[in-house]
Every structure is written in structure tokens, then in C-alpha cells.
Write a protein that binds this ligand. Structure first.
Ligand code: ARG
Length: 408
């Protein structure tokens, strides 16, 4: 019996060659799986394209809602930014695509799956670690790690030989991956970190210089850590993210130029555009400042880093990620309210924050006569708080640098 392989299919050159190549090389039957994660590039015509590669079946899945609610929002609630910066649009998309691939493989009786990731990136790890978790016995093919093609030209020639239509458009100088949470752009001139990003590298934001001279104000309401409305209008998760991408992108928000540490040991340079993600992380963080108690807030900031590392490093479906997520969920019970932000030429500023669970107590914070804080209570507090210091230095003398200074 022929081997049946489910192939993650974007419709681009690499995955088109993969679909055909697997049939030839392994005498296999191919089912293509394409996922809509809210990317701007249309998926129309992708089935026809897949059939032209000889695929037995072409499946297109609309995963936008699952992506927003089950992947993006947990990362947002966790405050997960890789190396404190990157909102991880690409990293978050991979486990979901892997899950879709596994689901199709199971439903269609495939014994293997295939992806089009290269042998030096993070994405191969994300795909294969997710598949290992979800379907430990499924075989994985990663043709880019083993095939004979050395250039794009060779791949195009292969397509022409097999009647696979390839667009005769000029090659994009960059490698781009995108979905509703952001766009990742690398390669070409960007490989030199001394070179400033050319304007044509950016795909979905205007430059701050070209942004409107008038600012725009956005009001975002959160419920339990999740955004539910924009400017007073309740919106579905996908619609809210898309709308915010449009508004913030037009004001030059969300551009990043990052040298990052890949899992496979390489430092790489990537540009990111994530207008909605940047605004939502900003607003969410401000609401947490208002609603989380100090200890939980500080503790959560430490875990946010670990949570981000797990996502970036392909361990979405790991026991540790689920455990950290349970912690995050617990903290978000009080993260409800409204943040009002001003977007202006690439910058976000906070105009106002409000929450029914706000811990900010004006009668305690005020310096007016309305003040309710018991100033005298501080006397006893400081006495005991500083007691260990008093004891230590009474026994050991003044702190060393002070002694040295006194000796001079
Ligand atoms: N460096 C990012 C990550 O590992 C994006 C990788 C894909 N980038 C691309 N331009 N194709 O999540």
C-alpha cells in the first residue's frame, strides 16, 4: 500500500516542490493541509494549486478563531515576549499548524506528515516537538533538510518540468512569515546588522515619519485578561485583533528590529511588525499594574520570561507550559477594565486606566488633607524592617565601601 503523507502547504515554491517531490521520491500519496491564521496573503486558489502538484486531496482550514483564543490570548495574558521584546507571531502559529496537520493525518489514515522548514531554524523544532507530543508514532519528513535542490532556480526548474505553475514574479528579496499576530521578515540585505531596514522590507505598517500628524485614541476593554471591546464596541477576538492591526499599523506602531538567540544556537536578525500585539501587550500590562497585588505582579514577571522561552523553543504542548498557564489564568481573574491609549507616529502613550478591581486607593495615595494613610504606623514598620541591618552592622561595623571611603 502507498504511504500517505499530510503536508503542511502554504502554496509557495518550497511546499509546492515538497508536495510533488514526496510523491516521486517515496511513491507516496499526498494530502495538503493549508491553515488560515489570518495572514494577509490570500489562500484563494490554493486547492487548485495543490491538485496541480498531484495531491490526492487539498484541505484548507480556517483556524483564525482558535489561533486568537487558544494561542494568542494565553500568550498575551502571560505577558510572553521573547527576550522581552518579540510577541512571537511565528512561534505561536507553529503548534497550531502542527496540531491541524496531526488531526488531518489521523482522520485520513496517514502514516507520516511533512513540513517545509529549513534545517537551521526554530520552526522545524516547533513542528516536530508538537508532533512528538500529539502523535508520538507519526513519521515526519522535512524535505528541505535532505533534498538535492541548491537554489530557488533549481526548484523552479523542477516545477516547470512537472507542470506545477510558478508565479513568474520577481523574487521577494526577503523571507516573510505572517499571520494576524504579526509579520516576521528576514534574509537579503537584512542579514547585515549594520544596515538599517529598507522601507520596502515592511509589509503592514507605515513608517512613523509617514504616519498621520493627528494622533488617534483607542479605548480597549479587557475581561479576565482578554480584550473584548474596542472603542466601546464589543468585537470577536479575530475582528478586534485585525481592526487594531489596521489602526495601529497606520500610525507606525509595532515595528521591531531584533538580533535574537535561536534555539539552534545561531544569532539571527529579524524585523517584526506587530501593531495589534504591541498595543494589546501595552494595554494589558497597564491594567495589571492597576489590578494585581505587588507580589503576584512581580512573580508573574519572572514567569513571563519562562513562558516566552517555552513558546519560542517549541514546547507549547509541554507539561510545564500547562502548569505555568494555570498560574497565569489564576492571576487574570481580576484583570478587567479599560485602558485608553494614544497612538502617534510609532509611539503609544497611556491616557487613562480604569478597573472595577482597581487596587489603587486615592485616599491612601493622596498628599491632600483627604489622606487616610496612618503616617505614624510607619515608625514601627521601619523600626522592625531595618532591625536586621541595625543588628548586622552593629556587630560587623559599617558596610565595607563606607569604611573605605571614611579611611580616605
Ligand atoms: N525568528 C522568528 C521565530 O523564530 C521567525 C522565524 C520565521 N521568519 C521568517 N521570516 N520566515 O519565531
Amino acid at each position: 500500500m502507498k504511504e500517505k503523507i499530510a503536508v503542511a502547504y502554504s502554496g509557495g515554491l518550497d511546499t509546492s516542490v515538497i508536495a510533488k517531490w514526496l510523491q516521486e521520491k517515496y511513491n507516496a500519496e499526498v494530502i495538503t493541509v493549508s491553515a488560515n491564521l489570518g495572514q494577509q496573503k490570500e489562500l484563494v486558489g490554493i486547492e487548485e494549486k495543490a491538485y496541480k502538484t498531484g495531491a490526492k486531496k487539498a484541505i484548507v482550514l480556517d483556524l483564525r478563531d482558535a489561533f486568537a483564543t487558544e494561542y494568542i490570548f494565553p500568550a498575551l495574558k502571560a505577558g510572553a515576549l521573547y527576550e522581552h521584546t518579540y510577541p512571537m507571531a511565528t512561534s505561536l502559529g507553529r503548534p497550531l499548524i502542527a496540531k491541524a496537520l496531526v488531526d488531518v493525518a489521523k482522520a485520513e489514515g496517514c502514516t507520516a506528515v511533512a513540513h517545509g522548514c529549513t534545517g537551521k531554524g526554530n520552526d522545524q523544532v516547533r513542528f516536530e516537538a508538537a508532533i512528538a507530543a500529539l502523535a508520538p508514532d507519526l513519521k515526519v519528513y522535512a524535505p528541505l533538510r535532505e533534498w538535492e535542490f541548491k537554489s530557488r532556480e533549481e526548484e523552479i526548474e523542477y516545477c516547470q518540468k512537472h507542470g506545477i505553475p510558478v508565479k513568474a514574479t520577481k523574487e521577494n528579496p526577503y523571507s516573510i512569515d505572517e499571520n494576524m499576530w504579526g509579520t516576521s521578515i528576514e534574509c537579503g540585505i537584512l542579514e547585515n546588522p549594520r544596515v538599517a531596514p529598507p522601507e520596502d522590507a515592511y509589509q503592514r505598517t507605515v513608517s512613523p515619519e509617514n504616519a498621520p500628524n493627528e494622533s488617534v485614541t483607542v479605548e480597549i476593554e479587557f475581561e479576565n485578561g482578554v480584550p473584548i471591546s474596542l472603542d466601546g464596541k464589543t468585537l470577536a477576538p479575530v475582528d478586534l485583533i485585525m481592526k487594531l492591526n489596521e489602526i495601529a499599523g497606520a500610525h507606525g506602531i509595532g515595528r521591531l528590529d531584533l538580533i535574537e538567540n535561536r534555539l539552534v544556537g545561531i544569532k539571527s536578525r529579524e524585523l517584526y511588525e506587530a501593531p495589534a500585539a504591541t498595543v494589546l501587550h501595552f494595554a494589558h500590562r497597564e491594567l495589571e499594574r492597576l489590578t494585581l497585588d505587588k507580589d503576584t505582579m512581580h512573580y508573574k514577571a519572572k514567569l513571563a520570561n519562562d513562558y516566552a522561552d517555552l513558546i519560542y523553543n517549541g514546547l507549547w504542548f509541554s507539561p510545564l507550559r500547562y502548569a505555568l498557564n494555570a498560574f497565569v489564568e489564576e492571576t487574570q481573574k481580576v484583570v478587567s477594565g479599560v485602558a485608553t491609549l494614544k497612538l502617534y507616529k510609532g509611539n503609544i502613550s497611556l491616557l487613562s486606566r480604569w478597573s472595577p478591581n482597581s487596587l489603587y486607593d486615592e485616599s491612601l495615595a493622596t498628599y491632600t488633607e483627604e489622606d487616610q494613610f496612618d503616617h505614624k504606623a510607619s515608625i514601627g514598620f521601619i523600626k522592625i524592617y531595618s532591625l536586621p541591618l541595625k543588628t548586622y552592622y552593629r556587630i560587623n561595623g559599617a558596610p565595607i565601601p563606607e569604611q573605605e571611603a571614611m579611611a580616605k
